[in-house]
Design a protein. Structure first.
Ligand SMILES: Nc1ncnc2c1ncn2[C@@H]1O[C@H](COP(=O)(O)OP(=O)(O)OP(=O)(O)O)[C@@H](O)[C@H]1O
Ligand SMILES: [Mg+2]
Length: 354
């Protein structure tokens, strides 16, 4: 642990399941496991308002078939091979809640949170699907997927060229599956502009097909454009990673406005599951100040768990494994276990209230 990292006590009674991969308790990196910037990051999106307003009218009376508007003609015949990889642990019907991990600011910990929260949830026996909806493909890389394993992914789902089952891949993490990002996803925003139900394409592709999962996390790109809007339309709630830095609150207001706009135009049940403070440095007064400001502004929406700045977290992706497997005792890993506990508690409260 470096001098800037925080201790974070593991949650008693919230340990990984016994069948969990033998994480290197010694802290030795990656034992047993192999191992960009994005245009528009953090910038206001002047077209979003118009896009959301136009879509509300346009969507009225549309079909819910994601393969329209020119029917099956958008199917990509070059990719007609189905993945026959056996899907482990086919389980009885579960109620998969969908969380979009979103923040238009770049580098705030969206992907790190998506990967490690998903892993922490899977570690306690929850069935988890991670949808990589960022053309950078960092979640797919961070979970060790080769380019070959990404042939069918989020792009094909959005284009109606594949169904969900064809895009789901296993990962090295038991209970955690992924819809990877293929290189083509970079073109999806543009291509979707000509398709019907362009803001609903992800929702249309996954709705009613998530029964075997307890949680579905969508890793969003650092923008508020069509890919993120699709994630928010498909989601039950948004989980916002917020880096403890000077401009954190400024970006947050814009994000909350966007969530509100999506709620009023496209997805009336969209909620904010919570805001997680990331890269917290307890030796830095600014981190403390930002955390206090965010809690003052958002109250209980902010998770009690704070993710510390921790070098083990940043090392893990280059080994193609989550930090929780790279070093499950690192302060960042135990913090994500603690976050998973809070997320489960909040989800349970929503289920109980339903
Ligand atoms: N708690 C942490 N401690 C140390 N490094 C971290 C932590 N969280 C994230 N990082 C590092 O910060 C960088 C940005 O994190 P990450 O890729 O998760 O952000 P992001 O919001 O997904 O970025 P983008 O907007 O580009 O998609 C990465 O190099 C990651 O390893
Ligand atoms: Mg990312």
């Amino acid at each position: 642990m470096t001098s800037t990292e925080q201790e974070h006590s593991p949650e008693p009674g919230f340990e990984p399941e016994p069948n969990w991969p033998d994480a290197p308790g010694s802290g030795s990196p990656g034992a047993g496991y192999p191992g960009a910037g994005y245009p528009g990051a953090g910038l206001p999106d002047p077209d979003l308002e118009a896009e959301l307003a136009a879509s509300a009218a346009e969507d009225a009376g549309m079909t819910s078939d994601p393969s329209t508007k020119d029917g099956n003609s958008i199917k990509n015949d070059n990719k007609a091979q189905k993945d026959d990889t056996p899907r482990p642990h086919a389980a009885p019907q579960r109620m998969g809640r969908v969380l979009a991990v979103a923040n238009q600011k770049g580098g705030v910990g969206k992907t790190t949170t998506a990967i490690n929260l998903a892993t922490a949830l899977a570690a306690v026996g929850e069935r988890v699907l991670l949808i990589d909806s960022d053309p950078q493909g960092n979640a797919s890389t961070g979970l060790g997927l080769s380019q070959d394993e990404r042939q069918f992914g989020t792009y094909e789902l959005l284009m109606g060229a594949a169904v969900l089952d064809e895009t789901i891949r296993p990962t090295k993490v038991p209970n955690l599956l992924i819809v990877p990002a293929s290189v083509e996803l970079a073109g999806a925003e543009l291509e979707m502009m000509d398709l019907d139900r362009r803001q609903h394409r992800l929702k249309d592709a996954i709705d009613g097909k998530l029964g075997e999962f307890d949680h579905v996390l969508i890793d969003c790109p650092p923008s508020l454009t069509l890919l993120t809007v699709n994630a928010m339309v498909a989601a039950d709630a948004v989980l916002v990673p917020l880096q403890c830095e000077f401009f954190a609150l400024e970006g947050l207001s814009q994000l909350l406005r966007t969530i509100e706009r999506v709620r009023t135009t496209l997805n009336p049940s969209l909620d904010v599951q919570g805001v997680v403070l990331t890269m917290f440095d307890k030796r830095n007064n600014l981190s403390e100040q930002v955390a206090a400001d965010v809690r003052g502004f958002l109250g209980e929406k902010v998770y009690e768990t704070v993710i510390p700045r921790n070098v083990r977290i940043s090392e893990a992706p280059s080994h193609g494994v989550p930090a929780l497997i790279y070093d499950h005792r690192a302060p960042g890993s135990t913090a994500y276990m603690s976050l998973a506990r809070e997320v489960i508690k909040r989800e349970q409260a929503i289920r109980d209230a339903a």
